[in-house]
Design a protein around this ligand. Structure first.
Ligand code: ITT
Ligand code: MG
Length: 173
């Protein structure tokens, strides 16, 4: 079976491969950079979910795989507190769509103000941590959970939610 992944982000690819290989040891993977068709920094659950769905749909346009996976990160503001939000979408070769949302934690206000004025979380986190490429590694979620939940582990959970729903739907056929 073949699984398409809609990104070049290392943390996302790692999560898709780790969880999928557990369930489908024979799986082959191909990652492609696809358009999310939402802002580079999605600012709501709605927009972030849409980005994940658009990525997965675009991967499966020509039905070249068993399923395509779109993962998208964004932020969502609730009562003045800015939370990291994350969404995943799986589009299967029969056209079925499955979605899932992942862990969310608040961002410090000093980071939130920068995003409100148009900055992207990736570069802001690099400046904050004085490192480069945080978005490919532990991510903001790793930095603000003392590395207990890294970006990859967070996306692994979303992958479990997606594959679980997909497998159940096959059983119910
Ligand atoms: O190449 P793609 O797949 O687009 O991967 P990305 O790292 O840009 O990730 P998203 O587009 O899904 O995330 C939207 C924005 O939020 C940033 N971001 C999201 N989650 C992050 C995290 O945990 N740590 C650092 N930056 C993050 C990311 O760099 C983008 O600026
Ligand atoms: Mg991006």
């Amino acid at each position: 079976m073949k699984i398409l992944i809609g990104t070049n982000n290392i943390a996302k690819i790692k999560a898709v491969k780790a969880v999928s290989s557990m369930y489908y040891p024979e799986a082959q993977f191909e990652n492609r950079e696809v358009a999310s068709l939402v802002s580079d920094q999605p600012m709501s659950d709605k927009e972030t979910r849409k980005g994940a769905i658009n990525r997965a749909m675009s991967l499966m346009e020509h039905n070249e795989a068993t399923f395509g996976i779109g993962l998208e990160g964004g932020v969502n503001e609730i009562e003045g507190v800015m939370y990291i939000c994350n969404w995943g979408a799986l589009v299967a070769n029969d056209g079925k769509l499955f979605t899932a949302t992942g862990a969310g934690i608040p961002l410090p206000e000093e980071i939130a103000v920068q995003l409100r004025s148009g900055a992207e979380l990736g570069p802001v986190m690099d400046v904050f941590t004085n490192k480069s490429g945080i978005r490919h590694e532990e991510g903001a979620i790793g930095v603000f959970t003392n590395n207990l939940v890294t970006r990859s582990v967070m996306f692994e959970h979303i992958m479990l939610l997606l594959i679980g729903q997909y497998e159940l739907s096959k059983k119910l056929l």
